[in-house]
Design a protein around this ligand. Sequence first.
Ligand code: ZN
Length: 437
Amino acid sequence: MRLTELRAALDAASLADEIGAVLADIFPLARSVTGGPNRATIDRLSELAPWTVTEVASGTPVLDWVVPDEWNVRAAWIADSTGRRLVDVADHPLHLVGYSRPFRGQLSRDGLDPHLHSLPDRPDLIPYRTGYYSDGWGFCLSERQRQTLGNGPFEVCVDVDLSPGSLTLASAAHPGESDEIVLVTTHLCHPAMANDNASGLAVIAVLNRLLAGVELRREHRLLVMPGTSGAITWLATHRDDADRVAAGLVLTGLGDPSPWTYKRSRAGDRVMDRAADAVLAGREARFVDFSPYGYDERQFCSPGFDLGVGRLTRGVHGEYPEYHTSGDDLAFVSTERMVESLLVILELLDAVERNHRPYNQLPHGEPQLGKRGLYSLTGGAIDSASVEMAYLWVLNLADGDHDLLSIAGRSGLSMDAIAEAARRLTEAGLLDSSPPV
Ligand code: ZN
């Protein structure tokens, strides 16, 4: 089965059920750059289809970085003088600043306050903070909760283990006919937030299941790994694979109410960028140019790699009030929107798969289509009028200067219609991958 046929056979309602079940299970886990909850997340994703897990030891040099020590939390809380827990990471993983160092002691309110993080402008939300490269510790809480803490003294416990371990990478390779790779990645490092980043994890798990057994032109390599350090570790340990990346997509934020946002690759006009132009043309979507800030496109599009990797999200980091707070919860996302995102991702991958540069074998005058039976076919989800118009566009522009994505762009027709027309014209002998002799 090809990707096009797979797409036509999908049932949105059952995909929503599947995504919802994964999301509900992985949402509460206290993911970080490293640690047990990351492995538990991958275990849950593996129930749909297998992932190959690689552990890279702390201290391993990776490009200009070093794989960090592993961080695991046993307990973390602030109690009053009677022992009553006022803030407890057991209630919400966001309460503890990520990578907090161990601490145990008594503090006054003045001593405690510099270690507290809240959002006065969004007083009901717990912020998400990390301190990978600081030596301190901290707690996050809602502004309302902060105002009820009192004056202390406080007993503070940060019982965490920060010691040499490993960073966990998960990959799934779906082989193709060529050596080229299409990369699809999402990050695995955010605790208990649904849109960023559990939505990407749930969607990529289902994508991994769907791609199993699909006949592909290029290998499709899916990666799940902590943001920044994971991408840098993968690039450092897969230089040969990176050289084979023909296109790629970074995913996250796939379930919030915003329309889609496609962020272009550094070059801006790579095949995934052009696929996004074609696929998102008929949808509510915006395009943003590459900038060296964001998710792992920063690493894939660093100048030494300069891969043709774009990014698909709905809302953009920092632009919605729930971003990086406890407001990014299961109620903030919908499984229906995540399914819509999955279908767009499959359409993007299919557009990249089917793109090629055809040559009209009878370029002098229009070939007679009726006698070749080309008007009698109707097919799939594409209306026959679009395909018939697409015949004319493909034949006219199949001059070796245009690939199917550029024909789709110039004609204003969908890539599905253009690719289906090209398939039928090729079957009829009117198109070939080389010029007519
Ligand atoms: Zn984030």
